[in-house]
Every structure is written in structure tokens, then in C-alpha cells.
Design a protein. Structure first.
Length: 219
């Protein structure tokens, strides 16, 4: 039994490695268009802290876009989260595991501290299990507690395969066009009352949906 377990572990490791190489190659082939990126790019180039949020189903290229920077990525404890964590580590992310249902408070504290003192934080506000395009509180709360601006990012692929998963996960075809549409930085006051925070979360949900539509509006 021990030999079989070791063999299965080796096969899983090999499979994950090959998958990581395939994802890296795929993303490298994509042709990228950036929309309203100037303020977001300035934060990145000046090594200033920020929090960027994009929908779970469109997350493939946004993760790749922020690779090899001083970035923290939040992933879940699920099997899919484990695969994503492995890929993000290859892309030189600091990876924290947690979600709204498991380890959320600890993960939130870590990413707030990272945003205060280290660099950027990337997360999917409707992950890891949805509902689809429902903006959970984490990104706004992290911006409020850290003082780092929040950037919303819509990502659209001109040619892609859309999976029958809860998030309608999009896998772009090689050499497809990808459009990233950025919001202006959103600053959340540390003393903002809870009702206003709740309203801002709803505004972020509406605005990220609009950005996602704009990102996918190819002729």
C-alpha cells in the first residue's frame, strides 16, 4: 500500500507540473489589450500596495498578468485551490490559503498585513464556491483595514472554452485576444460605517460586472 501511495503521489506531482507548464505556455501566447490601466500600472510600477479583485471564472490571465511581482494570492483549501496555489508559487506569489467558510479570518489578517507592509494582494471575490459574480466582503474589508486602494479588474477572452462549472470558468484558446479593463483605484476610509461599507460592496459588485461585460465585448 505504501508503494502505491508513493506512486500515486508521484503521478499527481508530475501531472501538476505538466499542467503548470501548459498554463504558462497558453498565457504566453495570448494577445493582451489593456483598458484604463494607467493608474493601476502606476501603483504596480512604483511598488505601492493595492488589492486587485477579479471574478473566479475569468481569473486565468489576471493571475498570470501579476506574476513575478511582490504579490500575495489568496486560494481556498479545495483541490482546485491546491492546484492554483502550486501555479501561483511558480509565478512567485506569496500564497495564503483560506476562504469565507474556512480559515477566512486568519487569511484576512495575513493579507491585510501584507498589503500594509509588503505589496499587492489578488483575490477572487466570488470564490471559491460562488454564487457566480456575488461580491463577498473580503476585498473591501481588506482595503478598509490596510489603507491600500482596491482595483476591480474585468478580464475577457475573445475565443475561449466556457466550462459547465458554477463559475463558468473560461479557458482561452492559444493566441486568442484577452482584454483587461481596470477600474480607477477605490480608497476605503478606515472609519467608514458598516452600512456604507455594505453599500460599497454592492457598488463594487455592480461595477465589476460592468467591467467584465466591457472586457468581453469583442467585435
Amino acid at each position: 500500500m505504501r508503494v502505491r501511495e508513493l506512486k500515486n503521489a508521484a503521478l499527481r506531482k508530475t501531472g501538476n507540473g505538466l499542467l503548470g507548464v501548459a498554463v504558462q505556455f497558453l498565457c504566453a501566447t495570448l494577445r493582451v489589450e489593456l483598458v484604463n490601466c494607467e493608474k493601476a500600472a502606476a501603483l504596480l510600477e512604483e511598488n505601492k500596495s493595492f488589492i486587485v479583485a477579479f471574478w473566479h471564472g475569468a481569473m486565468l490571465y489576471p493571475w498570470y498578468f501579476y506574476r513575478n511581482r511582490k504579490m500575495l494570492g489568496l486560494t481556498s483549501y479545495s483541490k482546485d485551490g491546491e492546484m492554483l496555489a502550486r501555479t501561483l508559487k511558480r509565478w512567485n506569489y506569496t500564497v495564503v490559503r483560506g476562504s469565507s467558510s474556512k480559515g477566512g479570518n486568519i487569511a484576512l489578517g495575513i493579507l491585510v498585513d501584507f498589503a500594509r507592509h509588503e505589496g499587492g494582494v489578488a483575490l477572487t471575490p466570488d470564490g471559491p464556491r460562488g454564487p457566480l459574480h456575488e461580491f463577498k466582503a473580503g476585498a473591501v474589508v481588506a482595503a478598509k483595514k490596510s489603507g491600500a486602494p482596491l482595483i476591480l479588474l474585468g478580464a475577457g477572452y475573445k475565443n475561449c472554452k466556457r466550462l459547465r462549472s458554477w463559475d463558468q470558468f473560461q479557458i482561452p484558446f492559444p493566441f486568442s485576444k484577452v482584454r483587461l479593463v481596470f477600474s480607477d483605484p477605490i480608497y476605503v476610509e478606515s472609519e467608514m460605517p458598516k452600512p456604507e461599507v455594505s453599500d460599497l460592496i454592492k457598488d463594487c459588485e455592480r461595477n465589476l460586472k460592468k467591467l467584465q461585460i466591457a472586457a468581453g465585448a469583442f467585435n
